[in-house]
Ligand binder design. Structure first.
Ligand SMILES: CC(C)(COP(=O)(O)OP(=O)(O)OC[C@H]1O[C@@H](n2cnc3c(N)ncnc32)[C@H](O)[C@@H]1OP(=O)(O)O)[C@@H](O)C(=O)NCCC(=O)NCCS
Length: 151
């Protein structure tokens, strides 16, 4: 199957949302919030939103970031989300999305790409990632608007 990997554009929003709804398990995506985030993220300098396109249809996406660290003497990459249409898996789409992301991180001086996953360990192992830390998380409650006390 032929596909291409490219940066996401505004017009991709609806199709990416279709995939995001299937990606999320811990949270229920909200369409309006997604729309605001999507527009910001495709313009955000430290974010990378990639899509895989086959026959003019978006069949996968990756959302990742780079951020500066102290420990790695510079930038590291973090894959936040990666998702491929269920019917088109095992054809190298996620591998290609990840390789593209790795190249972008490298071009920004990054030396490491990391992520947390519950469902895709075998995928990451097979493309050269090794298990490293344990992932902890804590769900936060949202304070009322204007009551955070932060600048
Ligand atoms: C994980 C996921 C993104 C992989 O997408 P994909 O396009 O099917 O992956 P690829 O075809 O690029 O796989 C590359 C290699 O990874 C390995 N792999 C991928 N999926 C695998 C699976 N379910 N079980 C075992 N190995 C797997 C295989 O070695 C594969 O190569 P091969 O098909 O030649 O054997 C896809 O299954 C998915 O969208 N899952 C649901 C969302 C998810 O879990 N995302 C990750 C959370 S961070």
């Amino acid at each position: 199957m032929e596909f291409e990997i490219r940066k996401a554009r505004s017009l991709d929003e609806d199709e990416v949302y279709g995939l995001v709804r299937n990606f999320a398990v811990s949270f229920q995506p909200d369409r309006v919030t997604f729309s605001n985030s999507f527009e910001k993220l495709i313009r955000e300098e430290s974010a990378r939103v990639l899509v895989a396109v086959s026959q003019k249809t978006i069949v996968g996406y990756l959302l990742g970031f780079t951020h500066l660290t102290f420990f790695a003497n510079g930038s590291v990459g973090w894959i936040e989300e990666i998702m491929v249409n269920e019917r088109l898996r095992r054809q190298g789409i996620a591998r290609a999305l990840t390789v593209d992301f790795e190249q972008w991180v490298t071009s920004r001086g990054g030396k490491l790409v990391a992520l947390a996953t519950r469902r895709a360990s075998d995928f990451y192992r097979s493309i050269g990632y090794e298990e490293s830390a344990i992932y902890f998380r804590k769900k936060l409650t949202t304070p009322a608007v204007g009551q955070t006390g932060f600048d």
